[in-house]
Design a protein around this ligand. Sequence first.
Ligand SMILES: [Fe+2]
Ligand SMILES: [Fe+2]
Length: 414
Amino acid sequence: MTPHDGTLMLEVGSESPAGQAPDASEDVSRLLDENESLGRELLRCYEQMSLLFEITENIAHLGDAATIQAALIRRYGSMLNVGALLLEDGTRCQVIDGYESLGRPLPANGGVIRAALHGEIQRVRESQRALTCRLDAPGSSVELRGAHAMLGSLQQCNAPQIVLIALRHHSDAPFDTGERLAAESVLGYGGHILTNALMLRQVQQMAMETVRALANAIDAKDNYTRGHSERVGWLAKFLGRALGLPPAELQHVEWAGLLHDVGKIGVPEWILNKPGPLTSEETAEMQKHPRLSYEVLKPIASLESILPGVLYHHENHDGSGYPERIRGEDIPLIARILHVVDIFDALTSTRAYRTQYSIDRAMEILREGAGRVTDPRITDVFIRSFRQYMRDSQADYLERFAHIALGPAPAASD
Ligand SMILES: [Fe+2]
Ligand SMILES: [Fe+2]
């Protein structure tokens, strides 16, 4: 047997079933390890993706930007499993409630952390990319020194850019690349959702201001109804809330109140401001205003839901109103609400043909007309809740209804 043969023998021997087992089992075990670690990585990616989806999905339905931002930041903190979370907005660094401890509570204002991470904050603000580092904060507590930090940017249009600083105790695991990428995604999506919410609010605000301007233009036409549309809008929303309407409907009710008399734009001013009683022709002219309001607003698609309120706000419960003489629950709820508060505001305001009634007399007249003129249940809810509002929110009442509280209050003759 040559040495070569021997080598061969050895090589052959190493490939024999007896010698093959250790190498193969190492390979298998290495593959299994790799597989397991890939599996763990995959699971972690899946968890991060589902968290990302859950966070963005949940916050997208919250509505206003402040609530969305608060929820996003809380979920961000729990996703990263951090001890402390701080919000830096360019002017101050604020510790987030519920994330204020790294073994011991952080200093309340976060100033030390902001100063220690000044350069990193600037870098994140400029690049809008998340970064990780160790916190070097001389003079701070032992818990803070060497803490793991991750900084991420939350950017939203028309609002200061926020840098979120997440901290973990130095004895905990540092933030890894997967967490940094997940943080970037959550804050990126969150920023888009916040921007959309802010823009939606701006559009709504603009629409509301336009509606108010229109309502003021109508009221200005009639010397005696200044502020009437604004008050009816507020009172309608107030009554809607007392009746338990959902928030979206409250908005419709308020808009319907603001715009219910928009059709008066088509009624001659001398009729609107006539000091004495109206002739039958003048009354007929005046009674055209609900339908005129309806016709003016009908082309505006976003105001479709308020049209029934506008058209039927002078329909009486017993069918004696106008323009269609419908009765009872055939009158849409929004119109029944408007009818009550419209009458209340008319009674408590001075008109061309009479001075204002006192609040007690106005409530009395409303009660007398309940079931005949207005819906009895809605009238009852209004009287009770308005009396309670006068008691519980006296300052607001005095400011909003100064003309009732301070105006000529003696009971006037009809
Ligand atoms: Fe009206
Ligand atoms: Fe009115």
